[in-house]
Design a binder for this molecule. Sequence first.
Ligand code: ADP
Ligand code: ZN
Length: 733
Amino acid sequence: MTDDTQDFFEEGALVGVLTAEPLDRVLDYKAPEGGCWLGAFVQVPLGPRKVMGVVWGPGRGDWDPAKIRTVLKVLDVAPMRGEMREFLTRAGAYTLTPMSQMLRLATRAPGLADPPSMRKLYRMGFAEPDRMTDARTRVIAVLEDYGGVSFTLGELAEMAGVSSSVIKGLVKQGAVEEFDTPRDAPYLPLDPDRPGKALTDDQAAAAAQISDGVRAGAYGTTLLKGVTGSGKTEVYLEAVADCLRKGRQALVLLPEIALTSEFLTRVKERFGAEPAEWHSGVTMTERRRCWRMVGQGAAGLVVGARSALFLPYRDLGLIVVDEEHDTSYKQEDGALYNARDMAVLRASLNDAQVVLASATPSLESWWNAESGKYTRIDLTDRFGPAVMPDMRAIDMRAEDLPGSRWISPTLQGAVMARLEKGEQALLFLNRRGYAPVTICRACGEQVGCDFCDARMVEHRFLKRLMCHQCGETKPMPEACPSCGVEGKMAPVGPGVERLAEEAAALFPDAKQAVLSSDLFGSARALKARIAEIAEGETDIIIGTQLVAKGHNFPRLTLVGVIDADLGLQGSDLRAAERTFQLMRQVAGRAGRAEIPGTALLQTFQPEHPVIRAILSGDEEGFWRAEAEERRVTGMPPFGRLAGIVVSAPEAAAAFDLGTHLSRSDGPIRAIGGMVYGPAPAPIARIRGRHRVRLLVKAPKGAPIQGALRQWLGGLKLPGGLRLSVDIDPQSFY
Ligand code: ADP
Ligand code: ZN
């Protein structure tokens, strides 16, 4: 725990410094000349190196005083606040992540130790230019329009539509002033008092309820459930406005970078300036600026990916988790945290409000609302004339379809009808690539990855086979790697690329676009494509999960789901929930504007309860039935789970450790829990490592972290073995 009783350390006093190095303790140092504050970012010597750390509290004083070294320098950034230290400590304890790794999450910006560098900015000067040209007039007009605002050379040139030499010419004459400022410029302030859209009664009531919490400056979580297009974004932007009016910061988390640009535009329309951005598509310079400005309170609104939760906000008053059910909020590498849950934790430590927005909430959030932990607000109508699409099944058992085709005659007819009316159709298949399996028709061999227990997926676009587990690729073999017969390798099953081939043959005159995450080198390219589609450049969209996430296609009126049964296979705890969410989300893409939409689901089991729930639209009925099933089996949210993966280069070594763990399960049984396994993981080998899983199940409310620490704490991992613990696991591969 952090100790806040002392917050300044005089020169020479012992301080405990947390570093991002994989050590299991805070290290003692002497405070530098001038002393240092609790939470200060510092540089300390560690062996022969200099590393960054944070003053975490007083030193422990259990080291030889003669060997204790002195902090080298205090960095020029705002000290980490007590709330942030508390958040990292609690999040680390919850997810069983070492503090060094938590600190790394909180310092993911380059050059924090560097002194602030300078850059040149341009603003209105005092002299008159000797003569005016059109280009010069435009520059002056832009500067006048924005009264007093300064620009970078690039910004000003772009806005005025001139080359940079025009601006330089004006600088020489004193008509434009050039000056140096720190590179990490504050973000333009957002103006919450610009008029927003006129909200409908429902929207206004929802906004007022959330804003009450924001204005009160107290903790609270609201589940904002509303069909796609009901105006959830409009509603939470009002809450953002109230947060800004209070002088506090707001964070909006989005599950997908590709959604950011649409959001930026909406923020700019609403507040007159863009928010700070934090995600993997942002340049290093911008990341640094964002990190520093957030810390100084000079960024009012941040939009970002899950890791934006670990920025050093000065006063965070509101966190919105948009599409809260989205699985990408769970970090599946390194620190295994769920950003949705950590948002609630952070808000509770900071008297902030959380808004979880979704058309199809996770069962956990639905239950938290049901049981009164969260407030729930429903938006039941789509904005304007748009209505939810009509949903129907296509019973594939009754369709006449040859073996290597996937678009049924019924679906084909429906697509045709839309095309004739000049509307768009979406064919949805949640499988990247061309074909999921490549088989040798001579011997039956299926091409697998050399490093994983997974089949290679053919990607024709890349002209290679790819492993979706480890990313390894290889060329399509001419001859079978097993029997050596040539020319017999054949694709089995469809991916989106193959579906596109079929669609092109069936609808030769239609313009089609394939949307799949692997087909776009950059978020920018994807964004450009999405904009084209929205403008109606495309007749048929063929897409994976990527299209389910909130993009707006006004002319889209038909969604055809190629394989509605896909997600129901397998034994994943959340298979039903995921299928329900995905199908509803995809269907929600249809009929967003004036023309009503239809969703057709191709299925071999139309009487399956999940398929029936999807079609009937009885969401509450679905959640209740699903919740009841989990209650009976003691599964989350009615029980707790932790997934353990042991991996090793040798299968036997992984199994031995797994068996040892299951035999020494005393600490787990002591809290009323059970250890299941070891069993080979569903993907038994990844990147050459054999994987064994154990599952810990404990009653709700049981202190599972403490038990796990006791169980695994003393463990000495033999060389080559690795063990990872996933609290509240979302995936079980
Ligand atoms: P959601 O986030 O629930 O999918 P959005 O907030 O994106 O819904 O709203 C869907 C569309 O309807 C957007 O284009 C939005 O600008 C528009 N819209 C929603 N509410 C209003 C309103 N009150 N006035 C004008 N346009 C609105
Ligand atoms: Zn692989």
